[in-house]
Design a protein around this ligand. Structure first.
Ligand code: NAP
Ligand code: F7E
Length: 346
């Protein structure tokens, strides 16, 4: 029997890699997409096959995590074996500007989806995209037993989702797990997260189309891994016998300043000549240091990150240079760019 998966957030960075992974494993993949006035599927366009084609295995459905009734209808129709809840307002800085919306999608969205599973009377395995932002002010190293202390509306909303996932596991005997993932990045990372903001700027500065890069706090420490590897960890969490929560991380500590230095050095530039400070990128409360201890995932899932942050920075800079070079070249279409993967430079 072909397994069916349902993914919220399929148009995002992780959703696109997860869809790729599941399709490669023979799954039929169903994704929730939001209606927008412009196309928002560029990260998955290369996977899409017209549904009239009998080989089609990827199906997209309009819906929203704020619309519980739609979630029930869809789940009852699709009857998935696995549900991955990756949909969220995922930007920490933006969550201070839109706290209520963040609570509604990143927090309440999860209970809508869990309730939809229950109401539809199905028993899929359920993955919740939890985050190292739960640890917030608690110093590293952080593992599954570290106390939580969120520092943003985003972190607080994810904390609710974490606990409600655990509650549904205990209350209804659901196979529902939290993947507590530390920062993970890729050439498909949203352009306003710090790593991608840096690597795009490096490419543009090198090409002579940008002069400066305005940044906020350079002292934050993060544990940056490669997103394509992390989705494998998500999948493995749903394949074990017992539902448990897991940290996925590299275990390394780099500052934003380190990431700047490595990225600029990769193209032979000195970052200090180009980077300027702008207080608009500061957060009302900052998360100073996140460094994960992924030993449980290694022991029980056999999962280990292989791409380290310095290598990741170079992968992302190379990809952004390539994207700039290809931009405006008529014979390279969006599909080619979206399907370009950095494995060649690993
Ligand atoms: P992302 O690129 O920002 O993608 C977020 C996805 O959620 C997009 O597909 C977005 O759709 C969708 N979405 C937003 N609001 C929605 C709503 N109301 N209803 C339905 N879908 C909605 O995020 P990501 O980096 O792939 O991360 C995936 C998940 O892991 C998120 O929950 C994030 O919070 C969590 N996480 C990420 C990291 C990380 O370092 N990347 C670490 C820990 C946890 P549109 O494309 O239409 O905007
Ligand atoms: O910031 C600092 C900023 O926005 C990283 C999300 O995927 O990971 C992500 O959240 C650090 C922060 O990611 C700029 O203050 C400095 O300390 O790339 P970020 P994040 O806040 O760590 C977690 C695990 C998630 O779950 C989230 O969904 O970089 N920083 N200057 C800046 N950050 C940004 N964005 N822009 C700057 O100019």
């Amino acid at each position: 029997m072909t397994k069916k998966a349902f993914i919220t957030g399929i148009t995002g960075q992780d959703g696109s890699y997860l869809a790729e992974l599941l399709l490669s494993k023979g799954y039929e993949v169903h994704g929730l997409i939001r209606r927008a006035s412009t196309f928002n599927t560029s990260r998955i366009d290369h996977l899409y096959v017209d549904p009239h084609d009998p080989t089609a295995k990827l199906f997209l459905h309009y819906g929203d995590l704020s619309d519980g009734v739609r979630l029930v209808t869809l789940l009852a129709e699709i009857q998935p074996d696995e549900v991955y809840n990756l949909g969220a307002q995922s930007h920490v800085r933006v969550s201070f500007d839109e706290p209520e919306h963040t609570a509604d999608t990143t927090g309440t969205g999860s209970i809508r989806l869990l309730e939809a599973v229950r109401t539809a009377g199905i028993r899929p395995r359920f993955y919740q995209a939890s985050s190292s932002e739960l640890y917030g002010a608690t110093p590293p190293p952080q593992n599954e037993d570290t106390p939580f202390y969120p520092r943003s509306p985003y972190g607080a909303a994810k904390l609710y989702s974490y606990w409600i996932t655990k509650n549904y596991r205990e209350a209804y005997d659901m196979f529902a797990v939290n993947g507590i993932l530390f920062n993970h990045e890729s050439p498909r990372r949203g352009e306003t997260f710090v790593t991608r903001k840096i690597t795009r700027a490096v490419a543009a500065i090198k090409a002579g189309t940008q002069e400066h890069l305005y940044m906020g706090n350079l002292d934050s420490v993060r544990d940056w891994g490669y997103a394509a590897e992390y989705v494998e960890g998500m999948w493995r969490m749903l394949q074990v016998d017992e539902p448990e929560d897991f940290v996925l991380a590299t275990g390394t500590a780099y500052t934003v300043r380190d990431f700047l230095r490595i990225s600029f050095e990769h193209v032979g530039l000195d970052w200090e000549k180009y980077v300027k400070f702008d207080e608009r990128y500061l957060r009302p409360t900052e998360v100073d240091a996140l460094v994960g201890d992924p030993s449980k995932a290694e022991a029980k899932l056999g999962w280990k990150a292989t791409v380290q942050p310095d290598q990741l920075a170079r992968i992302m800079v190379d990809a952004d240079i390539k994207t700039l070079e290809c931009a405006g070249t008529p014979w390279i279409d969006k599909v080619n760019l979206a399907s370009w993967t950095p494995e060649a430079v690993l």
